[in-house]
Design a protein around this ligand. Sequence first.
Ligand code: NDP
Length: 770
Amino acid sequence: MPIETIFDTMEYGTAPEDRSIALQWIANHGGLIGPYVNGVFAPARDDLAIRNPATGEKLAGMTLCTKDEVTEAVQSARAAQPDWQKAGGPARARVLYALARLMQKHARLLAVMESLDNGKPIRESRDIDIPLAIRHFYHHAGHAQLMPSALSDRVALGVCGQIIPWNFPLLMLAWKIAPALAMGNTVVLKPAEYTPMTAMIFADICSQAGVPPGVVNIVTGDGSTGAALVDATVDKIAFTGSTSVGRQIQEATAGSGKSLTLELGGKSPYIVFDDADIDSAVEGLVDAIWFNQGQVCCAGSRLLIHEAIADDFHNRLKARMDKLRIGDPLDKSIDVGAIVDPIQLQQIQALVQANTAGQTYHAQTPVPEGCFYPPTLITGLHPADTLMQEEIFGPVLVSTTFRTPAEAVEIANNSKYGLAATLWTENINLALEIAPKLVAGVVWVNATNLFDAAAGFGGTRESGFGREGGWEGLQAYSKPRQPLPEPAQVTPFTGQGAAADDIDRTAKLFIGGKQARPDGGYSQAFFGPKGQLLGHAPIANRKDIRNAVQAQLACGWGKTTGHLRAQILYYLAENLAAQTNRFAERLDAMTGLTTGAEEVRAAVDVLFTYAAWADKFEGRAKSVPMRAVALAMREPVGAIAALCSDQHPLLGLVTPMAAALSTGNSITLCASAPFPLAATDFSHILEASDVPAGVVNILTGPQADLAPHLGAHMGLDTVWCLSGAELTQEVQARASSNIKRVWQGAAQDDHDSWLDAGTEIKTIWIPYGE
Ligand code: NDP
């Protein structure tokens, strides 16, 4: 037979990985797995069956942990936490290093077990999941070592409850446990019901690595176990999973004082410009949507292809799809493995079957019986079609076309999610123009699905908040050393005295750059300590909030340069300083104190400080172990509303405003409720200082009436609750409407925390080399 014919007809042989090592591990544990608490495996029960999705065979029985068992695990973590923290960063570094080393020594067992349990191809678990998980522990051993010097002003949160999904079981465990332990926290982790096995091996490794009892606890079970962990007396919940459960958790933790980070779903765009290297972009797409059977939160599941190359691209993509090999996950030459569970398979099938738009193409490749689904491409969809908007979480790519870069950005951002984005172009100028415009926590240029422990990962919009990995990920597992005192509540003075001014002055709201009467037409009288009438302040309502947020969304402040923002903040300082006496008198008259002049000087200083930071609060270029730079860019969080503290009517207004403006955000300030007249006076300073319309809006009125509307508003990205726990709870209870960030402020001089609260890291990956 001629060699050419041999090449044309050559078939892959099978290359099965030996599974006996993993099955033996299960047998050694009596075929049952259960909670790992206080350094030992508790007796396990056969409450739920863990199955190999590729064959349906039962791998093990699993304990469904009850509320009491979760409580016991949390108590164990609580008891262990003080000593773990006191042990110090370098001692923790040794333990994390030992964990990394031992995971490396058991890498093959972990990889085989992951593929058996989850259905992912062994070449992915062996070459991606497990090495990345190990790298996470090495990297965070370093963070533990450096904590005393590099993060000396921060301490552990305490006990962290961590809930992870089934798509990357060990990798998600590593993303959660490594930073938590490095910062001195102890953890209770709940793996997903479908995929607990590698977490159990990890528990075994913890015992070998000298992790003190109680520092790592693992509770097995289903959603009810997760819900019990959310309710338990933990200091933080870190969750990765669906947006719907993330929303429930945000509601359940409202007002509890628990820290929260949410890494949720996505519908990430994959944009291919007409000058892209098409074959590379096709190959990238294979990794974007068929990696892990498309069960990836940041999967490039929405192809946006330039109209001029769409037909050619789709044809080459279909040819590539037909070559993908689907089958036994433990076969080393398999590209696409099993879907995690028949229920997930049914969801994928139902979503695709319900779609009547576009043309559906299934890869022409043999699909085994059982829990398998062929790589699928749906072309000709419109941006508003259901499958362009909803996460399928399976190997299904949807596609639409665009004509100009501006249109590509518009379609890409037309989503409730904002997790990741990929763009392909040979024009680096175009790439660096487009990357900042994409609403996403991670952007890959001419590559996709690159991850590393040094580079932050996380979303925006309904993809959640908080970052995992890198320096930014440590913020979520530590807090300032000095606790923030609860802001004092102040009652306004009452009175019936004569007006303090000869001529009546009408204070108004400040919305969209204009003085505005309150929509409701109500005002409230304010009196000085001796009962004299100081003036009336308008009472804002829901419609005033709506108008203010609309003005914020149209203002374009986020696109300005740091230099321009600094100039305007300095100008504000200049104009406020020129009015020192007037403001000082007003403050003294409202509060009955004599500290007005001091407060004005402090406010001027704050404006100078944040003006200074405006062009200096920079990102980093991350050192990742590959031929790429990962740029950690600081981006504004967007539209902020602040409930200003009662005390310090001017300083409490100017500080959030200056921090927000410095970092490129617009802000609606709900002024000090008992002393609002300094805020209404301040609007004249804003008018005189070239602040563009809508960048700063000032509302007055009872904050308790405004707080629920701020919490529920879909246009606001963040609410800063600076006036106390009660209103924080009000806002948090409604913040899940659009998965809003809620922040309770920092000490006046903790500038880093204020600036951090105004920014989120976007990681832009740019590979280099020929
Ligand atoms: P879930 O969000 O339901 O599960 C994630 C984790 O949360 C699991 O450990 C789960 O436990 C647990 N959990 C479930 N309900 C609760 C609750 N009320 N309180 C606390 N914890 C809870 O995702 P699923 O695994 O059910 O997948 C459903 C969909 O979610 C997928 O189709 C996909 O769209 C999306 N998803 C997104 C992921 C991402 O990375 N963004 C990852 C996985 C899924 P248990 O597994 O035991 O039910």
